[in-house]
Ligand binder design. Structure first.
Ligand SMILES: [Zn+2]
Length: 371
């Protein structure tokens, strides 16, 4: 039976904690890592109703988007509602795991769902995010093997620059070495002094792929002790980590009036009420979406006709009108309520998916009601 640790590994491989914002607190919040899990419940956040549903359905692990433990806890008692919920979970052997901004920034999760629903083209991250550093890897290979080593490294993602892939540079030279008496050289014999025609092969690689590229290099290289160097780059490599970002921007299939666009959002995302600033007849073509709470990023909207986010206040709407951007508050909950489905899909399609019973919480609801 899968353990909490195994489930955390699946979530982390899709949404690495390294891709979260520095202030965030994703990961395992409560639970024994080696505890067995049969039933998983996914939800947007932990609430008393979710705790009840987890107990009633015999759940061993709750996976949420919003981390319940966010700030340091000074005590854990039943004297306050939050402590009471955590104690109840612990008493029932229910773990708690969160994937927050590490999921927000992933290219194939919530931003994809929202952009797909609107049929956006020309997509790019609304806010850039570069969780991985850029590296240059240089390896010295016998000339006849250079192409095979390059191919193996490219296959693991090395040499991507913007829209170009398999980018490398090579220069020929001579490598020299003395074989140790206990060595097993591919060229030469133990004790011999060798000089070999080699190729210096170099290419850029993202920190995300660095480890697997080095493994591929070592596997493809004929030498017992391949010589290679890894340099961290100060310069930015265009496009190397463009797949990470917060929110998404793009173009609608055709221009549409603001009032019709808002009506469309309400319909496709089943939102009871949407607040928006802007002239009802304003034509909308280029849009940006930032799930959750994004009003403070209004100033990042360049060439954007409409900005869809949640948690907007009076001054945000006022500011948007002055900047001639239609600001659409579709709600924090209503732009993120799809995430439990995404979490369930990730687990279901994983290697351990067949051994789990995954349930999307039925007691999940918007904490705010429109009357
Ligand atoms: Zn949120």
């Amino acid at each position: 039976m899968p353990t909490i640790q195994a489930i955390q590994s699946v979530i982390s491989s899709h949404f690495p904690e390294k891709c979260a914002e520095s202030w965030d607190n994703p990961g395992l919040q409560l639970g024994r890592r080696n505890a067995d899990v049969k039933r998983v419940l996914t939800a947007l956040e932990l609430t008393p109703d979710i705790v009840d549903e987890a107990i009633q359905t015999g759940t061993q692990l709750i996976v949420t988007h919003h981390p319940f433990i966010f700030r340091p806890i000074k005590s854990l008692t039943d004297a306050n509602p939050d402590g009471n919920m955590l104690l109840t979970l612990a008493e029932h052997g229910i773990g708690l795991l969160a994937a927050h901004t590490n999921l927000d920034s992933a290219p194939d999760a919530i931003v994809k769902k929202l952009a797909d629903d609107l049929g956006l083209s020309g997509r790019h991250p609304f806010l850039e995010h570069h969780p991985y550093e850029a590296y240059k890897i240089v390896v010295f290979v016998p000339r006849k093997d250079a192409e095979a080593v390059a191919r193996a490294m490219h296959a693991k993602g090395a040499g991507c620059v913007g829209q170009y892939s398999s980018v490398s540079f090579s220069a020929d030279g001579v490598g020299r070495f003395t074989c140790g008496m206990d060595s097993h050289p591919a060229i030469g014999t133990p004790g011999s002094v060798e000089s070999v025609e080699e190729t210096r092969l170099e290419m850029v690689v993202s920190g995300r792929e660095l480890k697997s590229v080095i493994q591929a290099l070592l596997a493809a290289h004929p030498y017992e002790e391949p010589a290679f160097d890894v340099f961290r780059l100060e310069s930015e490599v265009h496009g190397m980590t463009d797949y990470y970002g917060f929110g998404i921007a793009g173009r609608l299939p055709e221009p549409v009036r603001l009032d019709a666009f808002v009506a469309h959002l309400k319909k496709i995302w089943e939102i009871p009420a949407v607040r928006a600033a802007g002239n009802a007849g304003k034509m909308i073509l280029n849009v940006a979406i930032l799930n959750g709470s994004g009003a403070k990023y209004l100033s990042s909207c360049r060439g954007i006709d409409a900005f869809i986010t949640g948690d907007c206040g009076h001054h945000d709407f006022d500011n948007a009108i002055r900047q001639n951007i239609a600001l659409i508050d579709a709600g924090h909950y209503d732009t993120e309520k799809f995430i439990p489905r995404i979490l369930a899909d990730v687990l279901e399609s994983s290697e351990i998916g067949g051994e789990l019973e995954i349930r999307i919480a039925e007691s999940m609801r918007n904490p705010m009601t429109v009357y």
